[in-house]
Design a protein around this ligand. Structure first.
Ligand code: F6P
Length: 338
């Protein structure tokens, strides 16, 4: 069988471990031929491919980013949903001209939706969930998340000492445009005092009261972790908005930090390497068993798979009932609503 692998959407640490997991299992265990499709779905259209073999898949396990390149899939998405049948015929023709028996698409929610649409067109496709945001529906965790949480936790740990020395409020903005998982986990792991998530919203009075109460209790500084997706009433970044409002309303000196792409770059954590390796191996097995139209997933302690039709178009979000939110609440950490 001939297998194509592509990565699409924002990169995440662990993509290369996954490509290696799929490729080496497909080649060494199942005797398949594997090609890499460059720069996301556009590489499929332009047949921009490289041959992947055991030697070319070596030495990439600990590499950040993706050796195949990646891209947001706007043009491809337009073609696949286009009213003009010719666009979809072009996609199918590219797949067949490459001689593919299956296409493995590594990506986040948008990619899973596109992969499902490809399988609806009659192409053999398998999805592998990837994002630092951890918001892919149908899997308990995505690779990239653990690495991002490690980086964000270290960043907040470092803010504690400077905040304490200057008796300041520190606001740190972390990635997560729809889901606050990184902010929740890194905030809880690093002892943030206020954790603001897009899913929960906030009441500014609750935030201000919490900071004032901490100061009254003799706590010289406060750390506020806010997800980039928290909606604010101005055009500013959430970190800028909250830092200004907090300083104005409390009179305490406040500083902001936006951690940004540091969270997505660099070498994957051991956990993410293992997760990518296992998910990749499972994807190769699904191809061998000709179980297409599925997304590989981590469910509890097992590596499994779910139908793409069940995950397409859905998001996995934090809920107020999430264990970690409830535990934070019990410990007196503010989530902006309590
Ligand atoms: O990978 C997810 C994510 O990091 C989001 O948290 C963020 O909003 C987005 O990607 C930004 O990525 P880009 O600038 O590459 O579109």
């Amino acid at each position: 069988m001939k297998v194509g692998i592509l990565s699409s959407g924002g990169d995440a640490p662990g993509i290369n471990a996954t490509i290696r997991g799929i490729g080496k299992t497909a080649i060494n265990n199942y005797g398949m031929q594997v090609i890499g499709i460059q720069n996301g779905f556009s590489g499929l259209l332009y047949k921009d491919v490289v041959e992947l073999n055991d030697p070319s898949l070596s030495g990439i396990l600990n590499l950040g980013g993706t050796i195949l390149g990646t891209a947001r899939e706007k043009v491809f998405r337009k073609m696949i949903t286009s009213p003009d049948e010719k666009d979809r015929e072009q996609i199918k023709a590219a797949y067949h001209e490459l001689g593919l028996d299956c296409l493995v698409c590594i990506g986040g929610n948008g990619t899973q939706r596109t992969t499902w649409m490809l399988s609806e067109l009659g192409l053999n496709a398998i999805g592998v969930p990837k994002t630092i945001d951890n918001d892919v529906y149908g899997t308990d965790i995505t690779f990239g998340f653990d690495t991002a949480v490690n980086i964000a936790t270290e960043a907040i740990d470092r803010l504690h000492s400077t905040a304490s020395s200057h008796r300041r409020v520190m606001v740190i903005e972390l990635m997560g445009h729809h889901a606050g998982w990184i902010t929740l986990y890194a905030g809880m792991a690093s002892g943030a005092d206020i954790i603001l998530l897009p899913e929960l919203g906030y009441n500014m009075k609750v935030v201000i009261d919490k900071i004032q109460k901490r100061m009254e209790m003799g706590k010289a500084y406060s750390i506020v972790a806010v997800a980039e997706g928290v909606e604010v009433p101005t055009k500013e970044r959430p970190a800028t908005y909250f830092a200004r409002e907090i300083e104005t309303q409390t009179g305490f000196e406040t500083r902001e930090t936006v951690l940004g792409y540091i969270q997505r770059g660099g070498s994957p954590s051991p956990y993410d390497r293992i997760l990518g390796t296992l998910l990749g191996g499972h994807a190769a097995r699904l191809i061998h068993e000709k179980k297409f139209g599925r997304m590989v997933a981590r469910l509890g302690n097992t590596i499994s798979d779910v139908p793409l039709s069940e995950v397409a178009g859905k998001l996995r979000l934090v809920t107020p009932e999430s264990n970690l939110v409830q535990q934070g609440k019990r410990m007196g950490i503010s989530f902006g609503v309590w």
